[in-house]
Design a protein around this ligand. Structure first.
Ligand SMILES: CSC[C@H]1O[C@H](OP(=O)(O)O)[C@H](O)[C@@H]1O
Ligand SMILES: Nc1ncnc2[nH]cnc12
Length: 302
């Protein structure tokens, strides 16, 4: 029987599972938590688990367990706010992506460094609105020190090929791209494509959470003459193997990351402290108090 937790705190690591990754293993599940944030309810209950050294981890299925939310419908503000409110300092986000490069084969893993935004402005994408203006830095959207940890850990796991320093383009979807778009994204320098990294990564930055996406290639999109254009069948065919390795990877990454967090050795976490509160432009006397109340759910000292 599922234990429903009524209050949760001191969870330092959040894992967002994408297509195909709807649960974790190797961790003791403490229960499920269903918070209501000022931005509504997250995609699904948070699964709260613990390592054998007592480090708490929250798992959230981005599209819900059973995959009922389109990329456009994912309530990213509620997801990020819920994770931040229970203490999360680092998010490891998983995503199934298409490859725009010959050398990134289906089933390879990628730790991206950059993002190009091709969403259509229809997803709520900021916490700072309604009388509060803030501009966080986003030149480097991911946490490269966390990518380093993941890259080092995977070397001992005998798993798939890992690529680094790649550019991820985020499209709106839910339909896949046309061939003309796929060629255009390649000409722009994009290496992989998904529908999920935005606004998730931007909101994590606004909430002062270090964020790294781990991408799992499932297809060659539709630019490659010798391959079938991407379809859900093709994606699913490669997802299961990817998700199995993602769980194995997490089993090894989480203890290493947890230890570094305990010892305050994660630079991106230290650097982000106070960064969003300091990015508020609106003069204190002009701030909408109702909006500030909401913002304090994620940034208590703002
Ligand atoms: C199932 S193919 C398209 C779908 O898969 C990816 O989801 P996620 O990033 O959550 O793994 C992609 O972004 C699309 O949402
Ligand atoms: N080709 C593709 N385009 C967008 N998102 C994807 N997720 C997996 N494959 C994809």
């Amino acid at each position: 029987m599922t234990t429903i937790l009524t209050s949760v705190s001191n969870v330092s690591i959040g894992v967002i599972g994408g297509s195909g990754l709807y649960s974790l293993d190797n961790l003791k599940v403490l229960g499920e938590y269903s918070p209501t944030t000022p931005w509504g309810k997250p995609s699904d209950n948070l699964i709260i688990a613990e390592t054998n050294t007592g480090i708490k981890v929250a798992f959230l299925a981005r599209h819900g367990r059973g995959h009922y939310l389109t990329p456009t419908e994912v309530p990213s503000r509620a997801n990020i706010a819920a994770l931040k409110h229970i203490g999360v300092k680092v998010i490891l986000a998983f995503s199934a992506v298409g490859s725009l490069r010959e050398e990134i084969a289906p089933r390879d893993f990628i730790l991206p460094t950059q993002i190009i935004d091709r969403t259509k402005g229809v997803r709520p994408f900021t916490f700072y609105e309604d009388g509060i203006v803030g501009h966080v830095m986003f030149a480097d959207p991911f946490s490269s020190d966390i990518a380093d940890i993941i890259y080092d850990v995977q070397k001992d796991l005998n798993g798939p090929k890992f690529h680094r320093n790649k550019t991820l383009i985020c499209m709106e979807g839910p339909q896949f791209s046309t061939r003309a778009e796929s060629h255009m994204y390649r000409s722009w320098g994009a290496d992989i494509i998904n529908m999920s990294v935005l606004p998730e990564a931007k909101l994590a930055r606004e909430a002062e959470i270090a964020y790294q996406m781990v991408c799992m290639s499932t297809d060659y999109d539709c630019w490659k003459e010798t391959e079938e254009a991407v379809s859900v069948e093709a994606v699913i065919a490669n997802l299961t193997g990817n998700a199995d390795f993602a769980r194995k990877l997490l089993g090894s990454v989480i203890p290493v990351l947890a230890e570094k967090l305990e010892k305050s050795q994660v630079k991106s976490v230290i650097d982000l402290q106070g960064s969003a509160s300091n990015s508020l432009m609106t003069a204190p006397g002009k701030r909408n108090e109702e909006t500030m109340k909401k913002i304090r759910y994620i940034l208590p000292s703002a």
